[in-house]
Design a protein around this ligand. Structure first.
Ligand code: PBG
Length: 346
């Protein structure tokens, strides 16, 4: 059938150059804004954007440390975030993902699971004030470890199975504080199963897991590590995060997390891995999330501040391309701006 159509189009084209009007002209449907809107395939939906927050100890609505490499973002106290959340919700966004920066770091990441840990306190405060807000807890140990690695370190190595117990404890503490979704980002093997088991055993079988399934060892995380003060103090993360060259292995990671009980799978970063997002979409009917990471954000911001690009249009194109590749949910530092622009247009 497809062939016949092509053949007839070809023959009509060959008959005479003046018969252009009888074959398919893609420009027909591009001629007006209204037509373009009718045939537009992908639309970025505010309900699907997730806004990241970096939380520090202390109080006061003005307690903020600006993050130089991420214009518009600060480390902030719970009070300061509460103040901002009101506007975030008004702008039409419905969810946030939380990263905690504790005052005290140690080699057991104890602040990641203490009831009084910064994230547990923030979740309680946010859910109390904004019960409708979807609060996602990033579950990782790097921000809480004095050495900055995402797991327990023994003899200079990041050891897998010992790290699982702490991750599961941290996830449970977050669920107990009221987190709506647990999002493990550590890349230890078997963490989704370990967390699922611990949540289920403790009465949290209804708490979903959004797994950072295909998380690559990326240089695009640079600004985040300044923001979260989580840079590894020795070595790098290549023994647990994925090699950027491996697209097929990414799908094995996704499959594993699905088998272990993930409710949402994630690809991270987003733009340099659109092929992986697309391939992930093909192999699962679970929601697919993509993380448009700090370095992707900072590059856009830097170019915009120099007047080299039109920030609004670039952001719209970036988010649309991530959605078009197959992401349902997008974690992005552009969420707030995008929501405000969308509102201003409406
Ligand atoms: C924690 C974590 C990282 C990011 C999200 N969770 C940093 C890392 O793995 O080094 C990066 C997010 C970003 O760059 O925006 N493991």
């Amino acid at each position: 059938m497809a062939n016949l159509v092509t053949e007839s189009a070809k023959s009509r084209l060959n008959e005479s150059n003046s018969q252009f009007d009888s074959y398919y002209r893609p420009r027909r449907l591009r001629s007006t804004q209204a037509l373009r809107a009718m045939v537009r395939e992908t639309k970025v939906d505010l309900n699907k954007l997730i806004h990241p927050l970096f939380l520090i100890e202390g109080s006061g609505k003005d307690k903020k440390n600006p993050i130089n490499s991420m214009p518009g973002f600060c480390q902030q106290s719970i009070d300061s975030a509460l103040f901002e959340l009101e506007n975030i919700q008004k702008s039409g966004l419905g969810s946030v993902i939380l990263f905690g920066i504790p005052d005290e770091k140690d080699t057991q990441a104890s602040q990641s699971y203490e009831e009084t840990g910064i994230i547990q306190k923030a979740i309680r405060a946010f859910k109390k004030e904004f019960p409708e807000l979807v609060v996602i807890a990033d579950t990782c140990l790097c921000e809480y470890m004095s050495h900055g690695h995402c797991g327990i370190v023994c003899d200079g190595q990041v050891v897998n199975d010992a790290s699982l117990n702490i991750l599961a404890k941290a996830a449970l503490a977050q669920a107990q504080a009221g987190a709506d979704i647990i999002a493990p980002s550590d890349m230890m093997d078997g963490r989704v199963a370990a967390i699922r088991q611990t949540l289920d055993d403790n009465g949290f079988s209804n708490t979903p897991i959004m797994a950072y399934s295909a998380k690559f060892a990326s240089a695009f995380y640079g600004p985040f590590r300044e923001a979260a003060q989580s840079a590894p103090q020795f070595g790098d993360r290549k023994s647990y995060q994925m090699d950027p060259a491996n697209g097929r292995e990414a799908l094995r990671e996704v499959e594993l997390d699905i088998m272990e009980g993930a409710d949402i799978v994630m690809v991270k970063p987003a733009l340099p891995y659109l092929d992986v997002i697309h391939a992930t979409r093909q192999i699962t009917n679970l929601p697919v999330a993509a993380y448009n990471v700090s370095g992707e954000y900072s590059m856009v911001k830097a170019a915009a501040q120099n007047g080299w690009i039109d920030e609004k249009k670039v952001v719209e194109e970036v988010l649309t391309s991530i959605a078009r590749a197959g992401a349902d949910l997008i974690i992005t530092y552009h969420a707030r701006d995008f929501a405000n622009w969308t509102k201003a247009q409406a």
